[in-house]
Design a protein. Structure first.
Length: 304
C-alpha cells in the first residue's frame, strides 16, 4: 500500500515532545523525510537542550524512516528561516510545514507582564509567520505545498488567564486564512488544527480544586497521537482540495470549526444615534449575543 507522504519533505516545529513528536513520527511512518525542529526549551520558553529533537530523530531512524534534527528558535526571523534551509540543504526540497512550536506564560490579564505577552506572541504568532514566510517562496516556485498551523479553543472560544496565548492563537487563524487566499493560485494550501491533547503545556493548568483535578484527568485521557492523523492527511495529496479551514481534534472526534460570519442585523434609514443604538439596536441584537463561554463550556461532554 502506497504511503500517503512518500518522499515528501516535512518540517515540524516543536517536534521534540508531545503533539509535535507524534506528528513527526507519523509523517516519517507515512514515507516523509522529516525536519524535527525543537530547541528543547521548558514549557515557559526558558533553557535549551538538543536531546528532545535528537531522540525523535533516532526513534524515526530506528523505525526505518528518514529525519534530521534542527535546534533553531522560531521566535526570530533569521533562525526560523534556517529551519526551512535545513530541509532544502538535506533533502533538496520542502513540501509541508507544521507550525506546532509553542510556550505558555499564563496569568490573569491585569497581572500579566508585557514580557509574558510578547514572549508568547513571538513564539506562536510570529514564529508561525517567520517559518511560513521562509517556506512560501519555495512553495510559490514549485507551485505546491501545505501549511498546517496550530490554533486553540483558548482563542476560538475563550479561557481564563490566557490573553497572550488566545491572542496569538486567534491571530494564527487570520494568518492561515490569508495564506490560503493569497497562495491558492499556486496550489498552496493552509489550514489550522485546534488540538485537545495532554502535553507539557497543558500540564501547567492548575489542579488546586476538585473541579480542576477532574478537568485535567479528562484531558490526560487524550493522547497526543490522536492529533497526528489529521495533520498527516492535510499534508498529503489526498488533502489537496482542503484549504482555509479550522479543524478541532479531540480523541476520536474531528470538528469543523466555524468562522466569523454575520449573525443578525438591524438598520434605520435615518442612521443611528447613541440613543437609538441603546433603545433599538442592542435590544434587537441581544438575543444573539455570545456568552462569556470557556472552551470547557462549549465542549462539555466527555471525549469519545
Amino acid at each position: 500500500m502506497t504511503k500517503s507522504l512518500q518522499d515528501k519533505v516535512i518540517v515540524v516545529t516543536g517536534a521534540g515532545r508531545g503533539i509535535g513528536r507524534e506528528i513527526a513520527l507519523l509523517c516519517a511512518a507515512e514515507g516523509a523525510k522529516v525536519v524535527v525542529n525543537d530547541p528543547g526549551v521548558a514549557s515557559d520558553g526558558s533553557g535549551s537542550s538538543a536531546a528532545p529533537a535528537e531522540e525523535v530523530v533516532e526513534e524515526i531512524k530506528k523505525r526505518g524512516g528518514t529525519a534530521v534534527a534542527n535546534f533553531e528558535s522560531v521566535a526570530e526571523a533569521i533562525p526560523a528561516s534556517r529551519i526551512v534551509k535545513t530541509a532544502t540543504d538535506h533533502f533538496g526540497r520542502l513540501d509541508g510545514v507544521v507550525n506546532n512550536a509553542g510556550i505558555l506564560r499564563d496569568m490573569i490579564f491585569h497581572k500579566m507582564s508585557v514580557e509574558a505577552f510578547e514572549a508568547v506572541i513571538k513564539v506562536h504568532l510570529m514564529g508561525s509567520f517567520y517559518v511560513s514566510h521562509a517556506a512560501a517562496r519555495l512553495f510559490r516556485e514549485q507551485e505546491s505545498g501545505s501549511f498546517v498551523h496550530f490554533t486553540s479553543t483558548s482563542g476560538l472560544v475563550g479561557n481564563f488567564g490566557q490573553a497572550n496565548y488566545a491572542a496569538a492563537k486567534l491571530g494564527i487563524v487570520g494568518l492561515s486564512k490569508s495564506i490560503a487566499l493569497d497562495m491558492q493560485r499556486f496550489n498552496v494550501r493552509s489550514n489550522c488544527v485546534s488540538p485537545f491533547a495532554w502535553s507539557r503545556m497543558i500540564g501547567t493548568i492548575p489542579t488546586e480544586t476538585e473541579a480542576e483535578k477532574a478537568r485535567v484527568a479528562k484531558i490526560q485521557q487524550m493522547g497526543p497521537e490522536k492529533i497526528a492523523p489529521v495533520v498527516s492527511y492535510l499534508l498529503s495529496d489526498a488533502g489537496k482540495e482542503v484549504t482555509g479551514q479550522i479543524f478541532a481534534v479531540r480523541m476520536n472526534e474531528i470538528f469543523l470549526m466555524g468562522q466569523s460570519r454575520p449573525l443578525r442585523s438591524v438598520h434605520r434609514s435615518e442612521g443611528w444615534t447613541p440613543q437609538s443604538v441603546a433603545e433599538h439596536a442592542m435590544p434587537a441584537l441581544k438575543a444573539s449575543f455570545y456568552k462569556l463561554d470557556r472552551s470547557a463550556d462549549v465542549f462539555g461532554w466527555d471525549p469519545i
